[in-house]
Design a protein around this ligand. Structure first.
Ligand SMILES: [Zn+2]
Length: 296
């Protein structure tokens, strides 16, 4: 079974304009984008709206069995047209139609009481299994102000996916160092943490954190940004990750973000077929580990 630990769906009005633009910049720099996006480009961007039907089609093509869907809460930075509860409601509603899709909650802990109430709502009524957070919106994970949130995660056995590495636009990557979770995990050792993108440019911090805390995992989403031009870097990053965190590396795509530059099915095939690790480790990366922590 192939499990993708990191995908997104959204309607255009669910993401703030500034964030959609921020996501576009690095993508436009990638090879293979021959589109003219100069005029009203965020409106024309084919990925500015993606729904669960499109995701399921892409998954079928790529032979992915299950995917974890992560809503994104950037609303405290730049409010989108649709509120965060409505975005989360929509994601849970879409995922209810097909058990191939596993919805997480997307919420900014800086919302305080509102964040707590929404987490409780989706745990109680929708059996939510995890939460996506993005500290780049403006908080240090080890700030006392958000400690209530990690306690809530630990008490409800929720998996936390955090963005690690570079951030663009109005988001600040001084907040996205994986090492900032050190005190959090010391205090909440049962909390399962997935650092997305290996932690990107801060990945050595992810590996250090994983040495100290057994409940730290990482996902390889966005690594396909190196493809098709630099497969060697892509392979060596995968190798580095499993060497540092055997059994704790999770396949991820960040669908739909890289699909135009390097199709989803190619990315799955790359990880499945390239000779970068043992077959046993590949099985754990491609679904074994994520199935275990999701208890599916
Ligand atoms: Zn993502």
């Amino acid at each position: 079974m192939i499990v993708d630990g990191h995908v997104h769906i959204w309607q255009r009005k669910m993401l703030p304009d500034s964030l959609l633009r921020a996501y576009l910049e690095p993508l436009l720099a990638l090879d293979g984008l021959a589109m003219d996006l100069t005029i009203d480009r965020e409106q024309d961007w084919p990925m500015s709206q993606v729904n669960s039907e499109q995701l399921l089609e892409s998954m079928a093509e790529a032979k992915v069995d299950r995917a974890v869907v992560l809503p994104l809460d950037f609303g405290l930075v730049d409010p989108p047209g649709v509120g965060i509860e409505q975005y989360n409601d929509w994601v849970f509603e879409c995922c209810r139609k097909d058990d191939k899709l596993i919805p997480f909650i997307g919420i900014d802990p800086m919302r305080g009481k509102v964040a707590e109430e929404l987490v409780r709502k989706y745990v109680k009524h929708c059996d939510a299994k995890g939460v996506k957070v993005y500290p780049g919106t403006g908080y240090y994970p080890n700030d006392e102000k958000v400690d209530f949130f990690w306690k809530l995660m630990e008490d409800n056995d929720l998996i936390v996916v955090t963005h690690g590495g570079a951030s663009w636009g109005p988001l600040d990557d001084k907040y996205t160092h994986p090492a900032l979770f050190k005190e959090v995990l010391a205090k909440h050792p049962e909390m399962k943490l997935i650092v997305a993108h290996f932690g990107g440019k801060f990945r050595s911090e992810t590996y250090q954190l994983a040495k100290e805390f057994p409940n730290v995992y990482t996902d390889c989403s966005a690594l396909q940004g190196w493809l098709p031009t630099d497969p060697d870097t892509c392979k060596s990053r995968l190798q580095e990750a499993v060497k540092n965190m055997p059994g704790r590396v999770i396949f991820g795509s960040d669908w739909p973000l890289f699909d135009m530059a390097y199709p989803y099915a190619y990315w799955v095939r790359f990880v499945t077929e390239e000779a970068w690790t043992t077959e046993g480790e590949k099985l754990r990366v491609l679904g074994g580990t994520m199935s275990k922590i999701l208890q599916i």
